[in-house]
Write a protein that binds this ligand. Structure first.
Ligand SMILES: Nc1ncnc2c1ncn2[C@@H]1O[C@H](COP(=O)(O)OP(=O)(O)OP(=O)(O)O)[C@@H](O)[C@H]1O
Ligand SMILES: [Mg+2]
Length: 260
């Protein structure tokens, strides 16, 4: 299969997969030999048709697929292979957080949603917890909307607010990388625009990898784009290159809507 993957300079890499293969149920091969370098402090978009293994790839990056799939190959983060069996995945997920397609706040207050994991990790000081709540909500661009209702149920928020709360909840753990699987797909256009604005602001401090079906969204907010096709990455390059002058015919056809 014709393929073009751009290289990211070693000092700019946040995460790198080397020959990553994923097999569901141990044998069903759904991700084929993916070697991808993800830049730090940037947004990398994953695009491709339904079933092309975008989520499979994303979920492998913080070992969310451990129970259902076997992943071979390496995932290098901070100089170590985090795909190794000896890695503590709970610690790993503090550094590589995840936000899902459907907002999934806990049936607790806004405040408790954000402090839950911190408390579970032994943080007790209420001043520290208060500060973490404010900082994370500000970072997720939700503070102004909820600062007077921190003790109300998170389930009373709109879908868009819930999704930003889920981002705030992930940020409270001070991760380095955020993985986002179609974070705006359940949101209306106004909420989507707010979410995109939030992600753009987070780019200075976080490395983000985001699956999206929305090509306009990928071109609006991402710095790099990887195009998936049938469990392979066909092309990976700077987003403006992918959307204006892709090198691989298949990418061009997908971007133009001639298939998929
Ligand atoms: N838990 C699982 N067990 C078995 N097969 C799975 C599992 N999860 C995904 N698959 C299969 O792996 C392939 C890739 O699925 P994946 O969810 O990664 O695609 P995707 O690109 O994220 O699609 P979509 O855009 O629809 O979310 C599909 O054939 C899917 O049926
Ligand atoms: Mg998916």
């Amino acid at each position: 299969m014709e393929q073009y993957l751009t290289q990211i300079a070693p000092e700019q890499r946040s995460l790198e997969t080397k020959n990553l293969n994923v097999y569901y149920g141990g044998t069903i091969h759904k991700l084929h030999d993916v070697s991808l370098q993800i830049p730090q402090n940037a947004i990398t978009a994953l695009i491709g048709a339904s079933g092309s293994s975008k989520s499979t790839f994303l979920r492998s990056l913080n070992r969310m697929n451990d129970k259902v799939a076997k992943a071979t190959g390496q995932i290098i983060y901070a100089g170590i292979d985090i795909n190794h069996k000896d890695i503590n995945v709970y610690q790993l997920r503090k550094q590589i957080g995840m936000v899902f397609q459907r907002p999934n706040p806990f049936a607790k207050s806004i405040y408790d949603n954000i402090t839950y994991a911190l408390k579970a990790n032994g943080v007790k000081d209420s001043a520290v917890l208060d500060q973490a709540v404010e900082d994370s909500l500000r970072a997720a661009a939700l503070w102004d909307e909820v600062k007077d209702s921190l003790h109300k149920s998170a389930l009373a928020l709109s879908g868009g607010q819930q999704q930003r709360l889920c981002i705030a909840r992930a940020l409270a753990m001070k991760p380095d990388i955020l993985l986002l699987d179609e974070p705006a797909s359940a949101l209306d256009p106004v909420s989507t625009a707010k979410l995109e604005e939030t992600l753009k602001q987070l780019r200075d401090q976080y490395t983000m990898v985001m699956v999206t079906h929305n090509m306009q969204q990928a071109s609006r907010i991402s710095d790099y784009t990887a195009f998936f096709h049938m469990g392979n990455i066909v092309e990976y390059d700077r987003t403006e290159k992918i959307f204006t002058t892709p090198r691989v015919t298949l990418t061009e056809q997908y971007i133009n809507g001639s298939f998929g």
